[in-house]
Design a protein around this ligand. Sequence first.
Ligand SMILES: [Zn+2]
Length: 460
Amino acid sequence: MAHADTIVLKNGRRIVASNVREEGDKVKYETPAGELSLPKSIVDHIEKGGAVPMGDSPAAAANLDITPPAMATTSGGAEIESGAVHDGAIDRGYIAKLEGAARGGEQRANASAALGHHAAAQFELSRGDMEHALADERTALTFAPDEPALLMNVAYMHLRRSEYKQSLDFLERARRVAPTNADVAKLAGWAYYGMNKMDQAVAEWKRALALRPDSEVQAALDKAQRDKQEEASYKENESSHFTLRYSGSAEPALAREVLHTLEAHFSAIESELNFTPPDSIGVVLYTQQAFADITRAPGWVGALNDGRIRVPVQGLSGVTPELSRVLKHELTHSFVGQKTRGHAPTWIQEGLAQWMEGKRSGENADVLAQIHKEGHAASLGRLEGSWMGLPGDAAGYAYAWALANVEYIVQSGGMGDIERILDRIGGGSSTEEALRAVLHSDYNDLMQSTSEYLRKTYGR
Ligand SMILES: [Zn+2]
């Protein structure tokens, strides 16, 4: 995986793959299952090589080439900035002094402490250290909660991290204090664009341009309008939890039936996981385009969940049991993704999605237990990240082993254990920490128990 590229989709999803290239209106990439392609219209940009470009590198401007909003310098501001950051480093001692002075609650001292943290955040941003930049900018905000420039900078950093919803929260606060600020509209447009809400993105950018001419906004607006046009050939259908798009040649009756099936699966998974995804889930039905679900299920052309559920329905006029299973599998990924805010390891994602679609270890149990007994079981820690780099047979084994471990957790402690593990991961725990807290097991214990479970349940 050393030379893997990253395909960054407009909705913020990242797909790690090798040999990524653009051909016509497609982005093509290699996987162990063969070559896959995505429509270029959903791809934001491609990051070449293993290193993630940061800072001012043009590829890093999440999707749009937009600069962070500037903060007006007040009297004494320059002095504070050069006190907080000098000689290529942040002076934490100096910032601590500013914070100490702010403890008295005096407004000017508060503003200085905010500016100190803001300067530190900008420095970290320029170094590509998004994590600390966001932390410092948010601390700055605690000293000056109504400062529009700080609100917008926090929003900007969330945008760079593809966290569009969080970003909008801060932009709403900024809009309340600065209703005619063009930068608020500019950034809000970006957030909606990232959420694939093109109409709202276009409206915000038009508003921004009316407030102030801006070439960055004009370029973004042009791009959004091109995207809108491209997608105009797709029809749209909505139910309470889904937005479904399909090309004009698909049967409207099929689209309705797919939505109906998805809603039924939604209720089932919702009560199993005791969780309702807050964001509406996008679904795209394809007639011409087939996506192989990476490594799995020979005979099934496959679906893909990259933030939206993408399903090829070529030649189908109704929902078959097989399509229904695939929809439930992909929908599980959406639930787990939203519940863990994108931090679930691949083995839990794929294990649980297979469990939900109705798969059980059965025929694989003997082989899996034997591999474990011989000490050759794949460590779950190594199955946390992307499986794109696994050779075909290893990926098949990874799916089966992931299912077995999830199956053991569910059968021994109930779905409640899975729910608690996911919650902890969503709260920032590593997967192994979450397992320790909920199951009192580490990875080795879990794999041992799974192996024993397989023998007892399926052994002859
Ligand atoms: Zn899957």
